[in-house]
Design a protein around this ligand. Structure first.
Ligand SMILES: Cc1cc2nc3c(=O)[nH]c(=O)nc-3n(C[C@H](O)[C@H](O)[C@H](O)COP(=O)(O)OP(=O)(O)OC[C@H]3O[C@@H](n4cnc5c(N)ncnc54)[C@H](O)[C@@H]3O)c2cc1C
Length: 385
């Protein structure tokens, strides 16, 4: 089986690791180095990192607690992770680690793919042409090949962040294993901003918003937090997709290109690796005895796809109503909740409401102000049931 992998991100590299003894693998990556340009904060749950075979070599820091607040002057909501902590993965360390586990027949660095057809023919800059039994689109959030070849349309926002030092932040966040999420119209009209200590007194500060204004937001935030940026990076964050097509003919998509992410946080590393796990399994079981791409699409459209769709609908509701949610957040000021599993957002929400049951009723007063489109509700209901 000859497989062409377009894009050297964690999704495709993990797939290459899984299929190292089963296929002739060819990597086509437009950059000259893996993992560049950097765009991601790198936060995942410790349990998933370990389950997916990522050891401490690719982990830069861990976090036992997180505050969600609408101002650095208020206490906000404190979440304490009792079982499953958050870890920061090193990127491009993650890509380098996955690459070292894989085994390629051919590696084409510095080649941007411009065309993929459903029969497995790939063309790119510099006269590149290749023909494969299976082509896997792992182009991240760019949504060019996945849109043209498969028809998937990603729903994205833009993120900008910086690593740097700030004496002011050192005073405010004086625990290297604690994250602060800044939520509210003052920081972002579409998502949230974050302060993540990297260790040795350094911070990673970022914000996600509409592409037109995210740069302005970012500059305002780093001025306010008095951060001295050492490096600035960012990219597109996937919040869902419409017209989803996970694969057809000889072509499949993995990772961000499928539109499957944890859209409440924008996290896509683990979900991307999970899509690869499912594709590897479909290829392993159905190659030569069925249609592995059709099996993959069916499997992905099941639990993972439906869950992602439900979270995407929830995130649309939450981030389409930032000012309303900000008001509600004020009501929770000072609450502390123990969260056994960082990955389980629903459980976290329920625990929060249980911490002060009366607040559940208080929140009802915000409901009439919520702008809930019928599409969101339909998506939510159909994906949950
Ligand atoms: C600001 C920001 C913060 C984030 N924070 C987190 C976080 O904390 N936790 C988390 O889990 N996720 C986070 N994410 C999301 C995470 O980065 C992605 O979900 C993840 O990188 C997706 O992996 P992937 O393999 O699908 O694609 P990518 O990692 O995007 O890799 C795609 C690769 O394909 C290459 N490529 C693209 N087009 C072509 C082409 N035409 N030809 C050849 N090569 C091509 C690119 O150069 C790249 O190397 C964040 C994203 C952003 C933008």
């Amino acid at each position: 089986m000859k497989i062409g992998l377009i894009g050297g991100g964690p999704s495709n590299l993990f797939l290459a690791w899984l299929l190292r003894n089963e296929a002739d693998l060819y990597l086509i990556e437009e950059d000259n180095r893996l993992g560049l340009p950097m765009h991601c904060t790198g936060l995942v749950s410790e349990r998933m990192a370990v389950t997916l075979g990522l050891g401490w070599r690719v982990i830069d820091n861990y976090y036992s607690s997180l505050t969600i607040t609408n101002s650095l002057n208020s206490r906000g909501v404190l979440l304490k992770f009792t079982g499953n902590r958050i870890v920061m993965l090193n990127r491009p360390g993650l890509e380098e680690h996955l690459y070292s586990k894989a085994s390629f027949r051919g590696v084409h660095m510095g080649v941007r793919v411009t065309e993929v057809n459903k029969r497995g023919v790939v063309r790119g800059f510099g006269g590149f042409e290749g023909s494969y039994d299976v082509v896997v689109i792992g182009e991240g959030a760019r949504n060019v090949l996945s849109r043209i070849t498969l028809g998937t349309r990603l729903n994205t926002v833009s993120g900008v962040q910086a690593d740097g030092y700030s004496q002011y932040l050192k005073g405010v966040v004086n625990d290297e294993h604690h994250i602060v999420v800044l939520f509210g119209g003052h920081y972002s009209g579409r998502f949230f901003a974050w302060i993540v200590p990297r260790g040795d007194g350094e911070f990673r500060v970022g914000v996600v918003d509409d592409p037109r204004i995210v740069g302005l937001r970012f500059r305002k935030i780093i001025r306010e937090l008095r951060l001295n940026p050492r490096r600035v990076f960012g990219g597109r964050v996937v919040l869902g997709a419409s017209n989803v097509n996970y694969g057809q003919g000889s072509v499949a998509a993995v990772g961000d290109s499928t539109g499957i992410t944890k859209s409440l946080t924008g996290g896509g590393i683990v979900t991307g690796m999970l899509t690869s796990l499912i594709l590897a399994r479909a290829l392993h079981e159905h190659w030569g005895v069925g249609d592995p791409i059709a099996e993959y699409s069916r499997a992905l459209g099941g639990t993972l796809g439906r869950l992602a769709k439900a979270y995407s609908a929830l995130s649309n509701m939450l981030y389409g109503n930032v000012t309303v949610v900000e008001g509600a957040l004020g009501e929770f000021d000072g609450i502390e909740v123990s969260i056994p599993d960082y990955d389980n957002h629903m459980d976290a929400l329920i625990r929060l409401l249980m911490a002060r049951p009366k607040l559940g009723l208080t929140l009802v007063k915000y409901t009439p102000s919520l702008n809930i489109s019928t599409v969101n509700l339909r998506d939510l209901v159909t994906s949950l049931f």
